[in-house]
Design a protein around this ligand. Sequence first.
Ligand code: CAA
Ligand code: NAD
Length: 387
Amino acid sequence: MVDIKNVVVVGAGQMGNGIGQVSLMVGFNVTLVDIKDEFVDSGYAKIEEGMKKLEAKGALGESAADIMAKCKKSTDLASAVADADIIIEAVVENMDVKKQVFKTCDDNAPAHCIIASNTSTMSISEMATATNRPDKCIGMHFFNPVPLMRLIEVIYGEKSSDESIDKGIAFAEKLPCLKGDRYIAKVLKDRPGFIVNRTTAPAQIYQNYIFDLCAEKGISWKALDNDTRGPMPTCVLADYVGIDTIYHGLVYYSKTLSPDFAPGKVITQLFNEGKLGAKTGQGFHDWSKGRPKPDKTAGKARMMKLKYPIAIMLNEGCRILEEGITTSWEVVDQALMAGINMPGVMAPNINNSAKQVEVLNELVEMTGKEYFKPCELLKSEKWVEIK
Ligand code: CAA
Ligand code: NAD
């Protein structure tokens, strides 16, 4: 096994600069690649800003300047990957673009180099078909913001070798996290959304239903945000992740899992208007002055009922077990906590399957969405034994 020294990150946006930062913090040489100098420069500047913060806190072993000296910038992917040991693709959530990136990497990177995708939803196996090294193509799914979120999912494509997965895991384990220890989840099947995004994906069907109802009734997003608890309110989190990433994800799920995932009217409109959230300064909220703060004066919308997303995610956790994506419901719970700072949904429902089946049936009745139907493993209550 060749040691990893040279890391290439393709796409210097929100995720790419986070992946670049944590890779530099370990001491790897990093090349940041994007399609325009201004995008590479902006990603580089964000990494430098993060490093300087850490330097000021005395949290870096070396000076920020010495670490940044190991970061190269490039707009020429072919030459950038010539001595790469691992490449992490973090470009837009578009299969054609990702396949093109995989092909260029395969044509130009050394034979031993691993090519990993940070896709939120899409098939690693399909990306690997653009290369002559499907055994060395894997998924490495980070969570936003990369320096603060503990989870990295390492995903088997159909042809990924055990050696490539082990190499991906060993690399992931080295990457620091500023808020606790890294948790690496091995994803055994290449299914849409993997573990965490798959668990939460159908809750987005419900969210879309609520967004559209709020728009119809003229209820403000600030009021809707006051309906939820957790580290970030619903609309703030959607803006933070990126409306484009959410939109593309829903389209992908609608083609691969069920038409019920088709993006709702509100998300489609925001996407079409280029209101992509934090990255464009406007989404549900105005981000021009930084992350929007909760506004208690807006009152509560009283639209979002927590019992529904919980039942939906429990059901999806069971589907994940049915499909063999992981072999333990504990992994689902731990990944949720490490990836999105959300307490697990499986453990609290060990004795609640029958009640949650009722909630899901009620939801099917209310929304007309068949995807919410309880799956066989939940109905049988046998998921509890898959631990
Ligand atoms: N470098 C150095 N320091 C950094 C840094 C960086 N890049 N980023 C943040 N920091 C520092 C901050 O300066 C801050 O330092 P001080 O405490 O000294 O001020 C510290 O780290 C904490 O930062 P914040 O104040 O911003 O952190 P917070 O406590 O407000 O928590 C959060 C932020 C962890 C993001 C929290 O709001 C949260 O958990 N939100 C939910 C995020 C989430 O769900 N992410 C997953 C989205 S889904 C996904 O990613 C998958 C997908 O495929 C779409
Ligand atoms: P982003 O829009 O912030 O960044 C994407 C970058 O890729 C842009 O700078 C763009 O110019 C660049 N790019 C586009 N085509 C390129 C090409 N051919 N070669 C090089 N660079 C190219 O997006 P993001 O939020 O960083 O998301 C990137 C990927 O990570 C997506 O696949 C997304 O689904 C996934 N992801 C996103 C999140 C999130 O919360 N935002 C979390 C996990 C995974």
